[in-house]
Design a protein around this ligand. Structure first.
Ligand code: SF4
Length: 505
């Protein structure tokens, strides 16, 4: 095999990580022998298989059965089943003092932000992954014998296992390349790419295609993708297969002042690309009623409209992140009829003046209309709110509270984020203009950093924002209901499967 594209633990095991999956799909479409192996999924499977059975132990297998074999989850049963898997993870963590591994996070016994410390504990050996590499991974590598193993890192939660994996691959004599969106984020909007590179010289910032010496000419790499060779059978923990796909890369708005992604060029892919991709999805998976997860940063309305007939023809349901703009209200019934199970909507604030100040281009009145229309059309709504923006006043907070009260039961799931200032972005460059005092980092010099500490008018707005979430926002009756309904684990892939009266299934 020429390439093995792989992702180290831990990433929630409910769908393939999009970056690595699409890279493998792009290489496969060009006839390059490429395998895809989600080591995070297999790691969780490995842990669950080791879970002791019997009285007093979490009943892991029935919990997985529930999550695997139900196309719809009740919020209560979902919570119970996921709680059991978490208990099993806790038992596993106990065997490795100092380590904490959950369904979406990993805390090593040293700072997660210091690559030199991470490599030290991995070199000492006997990590929670050692046995897995030896017992599971080595035989797989010996079977497929890849010329190059590409290790894709998307989240900080993968960095420790990623380092341990590269050390293992080096010892086993395999050629390794390390890439992925985590490294790109560190280099573009954060600090610390060089720190990672100092312990993993195999790291590269090139995009997947050039990284592997593949020249796609003038065509963007994702303009041709086909189902990759999955080294293991589809085994994701989800009642319906969730398949990542992107209609675009970059963002058509591209103006928000604290955008973490602003340097990416916008490319929108033709609907024919999607049709070709669908035709390569294995029939066994098509028979399992899959859901397409469009992973675009902000889905372009026209590109989505263009694929609606295809989604209907192939009976594929979908969900995606969208900016809450007027085009959604206009086609909401068609979205619903075409299988839109959920929209993730970045409403962010009820204060128009605050959103305008940071060039968000979002109008709360439009957001409200979109949320209400989606709910009436039977589409689940997952609303993202952002608090703690520099200069957010009591008036802004009250406007956000009124916004949520008006949206009421139209909001099915909700997420409150507290603003973080990226180390590098337009807002950081123009900090003084916005009354922002940039503070020195309080972490050691050898720590990677994604965000910059700051004050606004001598105050840290994050503190007040946290208080407002717990003491005011969470007490709005409909918000309290939405928070209760919003699963803490398994991220968004399970949300479209949660039963909500009045929403499609
Ligand atoms: S909508 Fe998102 S991706 Fe687009 S510019 Fe704003 S923050 Fe960036």
């Amino acid at each position: 095999m020429k390439f093995l594209v792989t992702v180290p633990p831990v990433i929630t095991p409910s769908e393939p990580p999009s970056g690595a999956f699409l890279l493998a799909a792009g290489l496969s479409a060009r006839g390059i022998e490429t395998g895809f192996l989600d080591l995070s999924l297999e790691y969780f499977r490995h842990i669950f298989s080791l879970s002791p059975e019997g009285r007093g132990y979490p009943a892991v297998m029935p919990a997985i059965d529930y999550l695997l074999h139900n196309p719809d989850y009740t919020p209560q049963q979902h919570r119970t089943s996921v709680g059991i898997l978490n208990s099993s993870m806790k038992l596993f963590s106990k065997k490795h003092p100092g380590w904490k591994i959950t369904l979406m996070d990993l805390m090593p016994p040293v700072s997660l932000h210091r690559p030199s410390e991470l490599v030290r504990i991995c070199r000492d050996g006997n990590t929670p992954f050692s046995r897995f590499w030896e017992e599971y991974l080595l035989p797989v590598l010996q079977r497929c014998n890849p010329e190059n193993v590409l290790v894709s890192l998307s989240y900080l939660s993968q960095l420790t296992a990623g380092i341990d994996l590269v050390l293992f691959l080096r010892r086993a004599g395999y050629r390794v390349t390390v890439g992925g969106s985590l490294l790109n984020s560190l280099s573009r909007t954060g600090m610390g790419y060089e720190l990672v590179r100092s312990v993993l010289p195999e790291s590269s910032l090139s995009d997947g295609s050039s990284l592997l010496g593949f020249n796609s000419g003038s065509d963007p790499f994702l303009s041709d993708i086909s189902w990759p060779d999955m080294l293991e059978k589809w085994n994701y923990i989800s009642g319906r297969p969730v398949i990542p796909y992107t209609l675009s890369t970059g963002c058509y708005w591209n103006r928000c002042l604290f955008c973490p992604d602003s340097s990416r060029k916008l490319t929108i892919y033709a609907h024919e690309t999607f049709e070709r991709f669908i035709s390569t999805i294995p029939s066994t998976l098509m028979d399992m009623n899959p859901v397409i997860h469009f992973v675009d940063s902000a889905i372009p309305g026209k590109a989505l409209e263009a694929v609606l007939p295809l989604l209907r023809r192939y009976k594929l349901d979908f969900y995606t992140f969208a900016r809450p703009e007027g085009w959604i209200s206009k086609i909401v019934d068609r979205l619903s009829e075409s299988g839109c199970l959920m929209l993730q909507l970045g409403a962010e604030s009820g204060s128009r003046s605050l959103l305008d100040r940071f060039e968000k281009g979002i109008d709360p009145a439009t957001s409200l209309e979109v949320i209400e229309k989606c709910a009436s059309a039977g589409i689940r709504t997952y609303v993202y709110m952002l608090l703690g923006l520099p200069g957010e006043t009591e008036i802004d907070i009250n406007e956000s509270i009124r916004f949520l009260e008006k949206a009421g039961d139209s909001i099915d799931f909700i997420n409150f984020s507290i603003f973080n200032l990226p180390v590098n972005c337009a807002l950081t460059d123009r900090a003084a203009e916005f009354g922002i005092d940039l503070l020195d980092h309080d972490s050691p010099d050898d720590a990677i950093r994604l965000y910059r500490p700051f004050l606004h008018n001598g105050q840290n707005p994050r503190i007040g924002a946290r208080l407002a979430v717990s003491e005011r926002f969470a007490k709005i009756a409909s918000v309290a209901e939405a928070l209760k309904r919003t699963p803490r684990w398994f991220r968004t892939s399970h949300f479209p499967l949660i039963e909500i009266p009045g929403r499609n299934s």
